[in-house]
Design a protein around this ligand. Structure first.
Ligand code: SAH
Length: 379
């Protein structure tokens, strides 16, 4: 059985979540062999685990009445033990003509988190939360302001994607006929710092990429892990053998400013984070994304674009691209997005250094569903 305990990432201890009751165990928390072992422990045939997984990952079933291949006498007990309900939708908010949906979820202990489903022609992206709250305390991010409530289990992370897949398959929200009905991409860019919840985040990735019926059968390349730059966890993640895309929330090329924007920078400096990102590229072959929220008069100067270009090129060519994003306003923040002309100059400067640069499209602003706006307000 996979045991859940403190995650052995060096240097992680300071942001370990407070001890609380654990979420109900779910088959998505477990590797397939452990699911079979659990079925055995429950006094059932091991193949029942694969039947349950098929209902969950393939049929997206959420009603045990549909699971007619399971003996009626033990169906309820099996479902309760291996497919307990993990998420309850508190509300859905749709915008962008029905192409974006934010859902607020209540977890078993009352904690709330959010996910965002974004439909594009030919691709559907689910943005998932990995922690209730976040301990990273970045001052421009709404999630960071409330602090960390707790880590989410792998099952709770995966279940957001399964729930999104279910909404799509059932046509529960609108969108043109050109939109596909399956989730193709998952980004760990909702609430939380996933690499600070290392074991659950990696188990969630493994389950998302496991072929059906063991998992959702997504391509690792279509998953993006986003991090503030937890260097030891980045090193460990590179060694997992999962070609997941890594995004690094840099936001400043110099330590002086980054110390204020991304406080964990006082622990792992810009140079270390970039060296580690480069190492990740070497090990996985996946090009790194650098995230850079453009904040008016704070980090958007042309000289900072030059400095960023120089720092990236110092570590080689073709290993990285930059994703600037205009800052999304958060309640009470004194900061705002850069002027569009300033943004354009910033992008041009980076490109002049030969750095591929694309401004990230902002979805869900009106529903507080855009990057940095997730606060799980339920009122
Ligand atoms: N903890 C992870 C994932 C969090 S959110 C991380 O920090 O990478 C995903 C991205 O949104 C991060 O790059 C984060 O810095 C960015 N972000 C946070 N607040 C924002 C805001 N108000 N406007 C734009 N982007 C923001």
């Amino acid at each position: 059985m996979t045991s859940r305990g403190p995650v052995p990432v060096p240097g992680e201890l300071t942001f370990t979540a407070p001890r609380r009751a654990k979420p109900p165990r779910h088959l998505a928390d477990l590797a397939p062999a452990d699911r079979r072992a659990l079925a055995g422990e429950l006094g059932e045939k091991p193949f029942r685990a694969a039947q349950l997984a098929t209902h969950y990952f393939e049929h997206l079933a959420d009603d045990q009445e549909q699971m007619t291949d399971l003996p009626k006498a033990t169906r309820g007990r099996l479902v309760e033990a291996m497919l307990p309900q993990l998420l309850t939708a508190v509300r859905h908010l749709d915008c962008d003509d029905g192409a974006t949906r934010k859902t607020v979820w209540r977890l078993f202990d009352g904690a709330t988190v959010e996910s965002v489903l974004m439909r594009y022609p030919g691709r559907v992206t689910m943005c998932v939360s990995s922690q209730a709250g976040c301990g990273m305390n970045c001052p421009f991010c709404a999630t960071g302001q409330a602090g960390l409530t707790r880590n989410m289990s792998a099952g709770e992370i995966v279940d957001q994607v399964v729930a999104g897949a279910r909404m799509l398959r059932r046509g529960e929200f609108s969108g043109g006929p050109d939109h596909q009905q399956r989730i193709s991409n998952v980004v760990f860019m909702g609430m939380g710092e996933a690499l600070a919840n290392y074991r659950s985040a990696v188990q969630a990735v493994r389950t998302l990429v496991a072929p059906q019926p063991d998992g959702l059968g997504l391509s690792a390349r279509n998953l993006t892990m986003s991090t503030v730059g937890l260097v030891p966890a980045m090193r460990k993640f590179a060694a997992e053998g999962l070609p997941v895309t890594l995004a690094v929330s840099l936001h400043a090329p110099d330590d002086e400013l980054r110390d204020t924007l991304v406080p964990i920078n006082t622990r792992w400096r810009v140079a270390e984070v970039l060296d580690e990102a480069r190492h990740y590229f070497e090990v996985t072959g996946r090009r790194i994304s650098i995230e850079y929220a453009l904040i008016r008069d704070i980090n958007d100067q042309a000289w900072r674009a030059d400095m960023l270009g120089t720092e990236l090129n110092r570590r080689g060519r073709g290993w990285v691209h930059v994703n600037p994003i205009p800052l999304n306003p958060t309640p009470g923040s004194k900061w705002t997005a850069s002027d569009p002309r300033v943004e354009r100059t910033f992008v041009e400067r980076l490109r002049a250094h030969g750095i591929p640069t694309t401004v990230r499209d902002t979805r869900g602003r009106e529903i507080d569903g855009a990057c940095g706006q997730l606060a799980a307000v339920t009122a």
